[in-house]
Design a protein around this ligand. Sequence first.
Ligand code: HEM
Length: 141
Amino acid sequence: VLNAEDRRLLQASISKLDRRFEELGGDALCRLFIVYPQTKTYFPHFNMGAGSKDVLHQGEKVAKALGSALNHLDDIRGALSHLSDLHAYNLRVDPVNFRLLAKCFHVVLAIHLRAEYNACTCLAWDKFFEMVGETMCEKYR
Ligand code: HEM
């Protein structure tokens, strides 16, 4: 559960990143496909070449959705409910993949936030990604 300090740290990260948060999505997704190539099987129709617009665009969508969850920390479930249906029922994404993507986001956040990405900030993001992952996987039960 996110406490007041976690929320403050998440807010601080977001304001430091400003609009670049959406760009982080593309970086994170790019990393996901390189580090965990099995995740590419969900996107057979994507161009996976360097600097692919497909990947950047998809990353932007993911980051926007995460941004909306960040704006609704008291109702992450509500904010992501349609996406949770989509990933469970239509796309059938295996739940392990949400953790893999979260790991990639951690790396990208660390690169952009540098010294600010200390242990407490890392923990706040980790809690956030766990909550998002749980929400995205709920429908599988
Ligand atoms: C599509 C968000 C994780 C596979 C999408 C879309 C969003 C989104 C916003 C676009 C939906 C639309 O166009 O209506 C998220 C979020 C994630 C996440 C917030 C985690 C925090 C994943 C993971 C995978 C995945 C881990 C698989 C490795 C897909 C696929 C599509 C999709 C295959 C459809 C892409 C297309 O054909 O255009 N996701 N996603 N997602 N997502 Fe995710």
